[in-house]
Design a protein. Sequence first.
Length: 360
Amino acid sequence: MISISLCMIVKNEEEILARCLDTVNDIVDEINIVDTGSTDKTKEVAGQYTDRIFDFEWIDNFAAARNESFKYATKDYILYLDADDVLLEKDRIKLKELKETLDPSVDSVSMYYDAGTDEFGNVTLRYRRNRLVKREKNYKWMGDCHQYLDVRGHIINSDIAITHKKIRHAVGRTVSIYEKKIERGDTFTARDFFYYGNELRENGKYEKAIENYNKNISMKEGWIEDKIFACIFKGDCYRYLGDMNNELLSLFQSFQLSSPRAEACSRIGYNFQKQRDYKTAAFWYELSIQQVPDPDRWSFIYLAYYTWYPHLQLCVCYYNLKEYQKSYDHNELARKYRPEDKNILQNKILLERILKSGKN
């Protein structure tokens, strides 16, 4: 059986660190905590689980801090988590099984990162990350922020998920790191332009976000998946700016790079829905629900667009097209995912009343 070192970087995480460690403490063989300048009781909390607590001066570089944490690992494999991550019980069981059965020739195990969950427990955003890596390979983190592990070799994909349970969002922090890169005159990679665009969009700087997405798309270098979502997110920016035509053009641009994704199809459907072109909107929502996300896909998967969201919008479209049975059926399919959603329950009452009156 393999042994596992848990490596974490933390700063002012006294509220949530124990929640994270409680879900993994009995599975890993060693816990290494690198503190980047806490002023609260983070170290005291960490001390309840390990005496391997180290200081590292924060230098506006997440990769440097993560690489520092990896230096202290002594076991066969390294697992990394953030303080606001947890393993749900089903994933704890899977990780224990993996630890007992993993072939030591494996260099890295990828796991899902469930980065968002709605109030009904549905995963809203999922993607893969190399999560358990062989220590002797000395893999390095790359990137000031939105960093990634530069992994090569024998990689296997697991169905284990790490669940992100953030309690607050650090608004503007990552934007400032990118702005400092610009001030220093650093050369941006295609990946930098994509993630800087994301940060700008999340902070409401839509015109500047569009500029960076376009830079990413125009470069020959870069991951095709980033370029696909640069088109989709660029469309979001245009929607926020009230430019519905350029929103559509951006979404259709993603089709030049990939077959239609549900993330794009649902957005196109909503664009036509806002124009009250319910028949065209329904076409795109129907196309959306026909898509099945690849379980081995590494890029973003926004699961709502493959499940309840297009069904709920089809309920609205078919209602306006006076196709009440179809409207009801899609509302019921949405209700499977969101059984207590007030809007869905109200739709159910209204449509049952209409159907009982014999209008469809």
